[in-house]
Design a protein around this ligand. Structure first.
Ligand SMILES: [Mn+2]
Length: 360
């Protein structure tokens, strides 16, 4: 197994191009990818608070709404959702000097913002800055720091703020900033469990707690945030899981009836998939959800080098090696039959490839 580079930190001078743009700008818009998560949102809020303290006019404008369990971040800094039409946001995007994209490195991930950013860029002196930790960045920015070693964008923003602090010669971290960054790092490391959680990340988290982040309260707000219907759904879903093929496939179908009878919503199904992989023999986990409009949503998880994004791609979806999804345009009965056969075939192929690689 190849482990990611651990414990690297960027040197202060490597942050200089980013810091130069931030200090040069006066009106700054910060954004993150569609369907934002704790890393994107926490990083945005931390950076916005710091830049505001430095006298900048800063807005956070996102292409999609803040999920319910991250709404508390809005108490630290306002976060606007841009639907592509809102005039205030269009004005802000037209007039700003810097757009900072956090936790994404592709222009399309900006969703409804990108056409306006592009327009503003072509018209004047707008600078685009990106700080991220994903693979394979697009070439569309003026300054980009994209470091895959980092556990989270929050880790990079922490380093950026440390370098910025040295540049301006004053203490910039506040308890609110520590809280926002802690949200970012905690969520993207799976609560400090994922492989990129280097010794440095633990130190950094400790520092943030020392600076005022309340670790147990933050955890509670984000992860103990189920509504009673979502909890009922979880119960119904867990008892409906089937384990097939000598324990290698776990399978769950959530019908519209199940959603209705528990009073739960489509987004309440998000947390269920992780239980499908909690049996150690399972190689591929499949969750299918019947949607109100008749389509069927499928999510896949896998262990090791089983590229479920390839499986999703076959049906017009995509994702990562171990987490992917797609949408079937037809009934759930048909989708289930078709998919089960495919998953079995796909698993056999993946295992054959793995064995071949192991013997080469
Ligand atoms: Mn991230």
């Amino acid at each position: 197994m190849i482990l990611p580079e651990r414990g690297r930190t960027l040197k202060a001078e490597e942050w200089s191009p980013v810091i130069d743009e931030l200090l040069d700008g006066q009106q700054i818009v910060i954004t993150t990818h569609e369907n934002s998560d704790g890393d994107g949102l926490g990083s945005e809020v931390a950076l916005a608070l710091v830049l505001r303290a430095l006298g900048k006019e800063v807005s956070i404008v996102n292409p999609t709404e803040v999920p319910p369990n991250y709404q508390f971040l809005k108490e630290l800094y306002p976060i606007t959702m841009f639907d592509g039409r809102d005039e205030t946001a269009i004005q802000e995007l037209a007039l700003c000097d810097v757009v900072v994209l956090l936790d994404a490195n592709l222009r399309d991930r900006m969703g409804s913002l990108w056409p306006h950013v592009l327009f503003s860029k072509e018209l004047g002196s707008l600078k685009i800055v990106c700080v991220d930790h994903h693979l394979e960045p697009d070439d569309f920015t003026d300054v980009m720091v994209c470091e895959n070693y980092a556990s989270s964008t929050g880790e990079l923003v922490y380093d950026l703020l440390t370098a910025l602090q040295a540049r301006v010669g004053r203490e910039l971290f506040t308890p609110q900033i520590a809280e926002a960054l802690y949200v970012a790092v905690m969520t993207d490391t799976g609560s400090f469990r994922f492989p990129k959680t280097s010794p440095y990340v633990y130190q950094l988290a400790g520092d943030l707690v020392g600076k005022g982040a309340d670790a147990s309260e933050i955890y509670d707000r984000i992860f103990n945030s189920l509504s009673p219907p979502a909890l009922k759904l979880l119960g119904a879903a867990l008892s409906a899981i089937t384990i097939l093929d000598e324990g290698e496939i776990s399978w769950l179908f959530i019908s519209l009836d199940m959603l209705k009878s528990t009073g739960s919503k489509l987004f309440d199904t998000d947390l269920i998939i992780r239980y499908l992989l909690s049996v150690p023999t399972v190689q591929i986990a499949v969750l299918m959800v019947e949607m109100q409009d008749g389509r069927t949503k499928a999510s896949f998880r896998s262990r090791g080098s089983i590229y479920v994004n390839q499986l999703a791609k076959k049906y017009g979806g995509g994702g990562h090696m171990n987490a992917a999804g797609c949408l079937f345009q037809f009934s759930s009965d048909k989708a289930q039959k078709l998919l089960l056969e495919d998953v079995r075939l796909f698993l056999e192929e993946s295992k054959a490839n793995r064995n071949k690689l192991n013997h080469e």
